[in-house]
Design a protein. Structure first.
Length: 252
């Protein structure tokens, strides 16, 4: 059961990142003022104000991220179970294989969902924590990823328009077609810049699997919380938002 849940979360968290970037390259970030303006002829330009250096995000290790995850508590005030590094590595490889084998429509979402985003996590520090309630069937998970390059972080941070472009997808794997819809959910988290959405996957046998994902780039770290099951959508929204807020408070 643990492996199954871990696999589902690993796919959900990484696919969440893929979907958030599926509109194409994000808008360029502000210039770093390293390129000088052309010199004006015959006149002397006024002195350029000294730019305030942008603070460098802390370089977290996987162990430090795991220590943060270990401090986060779920809605029932239970500490999350931190997954071993080996389990995370296995899930990443399985997710890469899975995403590479699926066909995604519309085509603009296929490239990222299929494989090109997941390798971007390679070399980064990552930690995952999970909580399950056998009584209600509620599952909640949190991932922290540090060490991603700025262009990738920009795609995650600038995701609202991109999510809209991938709000309705069809994924086909091994002859099985799954309809996926993504709907923005406002007001999930109090962390500035956080984005949240509900993903519904309609299976061929008529079942529907739903998850609520909340995500933000905070202090250079990508925080992603995923909640499924439980009493209602409102319950899942509350759990996902609370987890993201708690983790953000610990990432300095």
């Amino acid at each position: 059961m643990k492996k199954s849940v871990l696999g589902i979360f690993g796919a959900s968290a990484l696919l969440a990142i893929a979907v958030s970037g599926c509109g194409g390259p994000a808008s360029p970030q502000a210039a770093d003022s390293s390129t000088a303006a052309p010199a004006a002829s015959q006149t002397t330009a006024p002195p350029t104000p000294t730019a305030t250096p942008t603070p460098t995000a802390k370089a977290y290790t996987a162990e430090q991220l795991a220590a943060i995850v270990a401090q986060v508590r779920d809605a029932a005030d239970r500490r999350l179970t931190v997954l071993p590094t080996g389990d995370i590595a296995t899930t990443l490889e399985q997710t890469k294989t899975m995403l590479a084998s699926i066909d995604v429509k519309p085509a603009e979402c296929k490239e990222l969902a299929a494989a090109s985003t997941v390798p971007s996590v390679d070399g980064a520090a990552m930690a995952i924590g999970m909580s399950t309630d056998t009584g209600t069937g509620a599952a909640t998970a949190l991932s922290l990823i540090a060490g991603l390059d700025q262009s990738f972080l920009a795609k995650v941070a600038d995701s609202s328009e991109q999510l809209a472009k991938c709000s309705s997808m069809t994924m086909t794997a091994s002859g099985m077609e799954i309809a996926v819809t993504v709907k923005a959910v406002p007001g999930v988290s109090s962390v500035p810049g956080a984005v949240a959405y509900r993903t519904d996957s309609s299976l061929p046998d008529g079942r529907t699997q739903s998850t609520v994902t909340a995500q933000v780039v905070h202090q250079g770290v990508v925080l992603t919380s995923v909640a499924s099951g439980g009493a209602s959508e409102a319950d899942a929204v509350k759990r996902a938002g609370a987890l993201l807020d708690a983790a953000a408070a610990l990432v300095k």
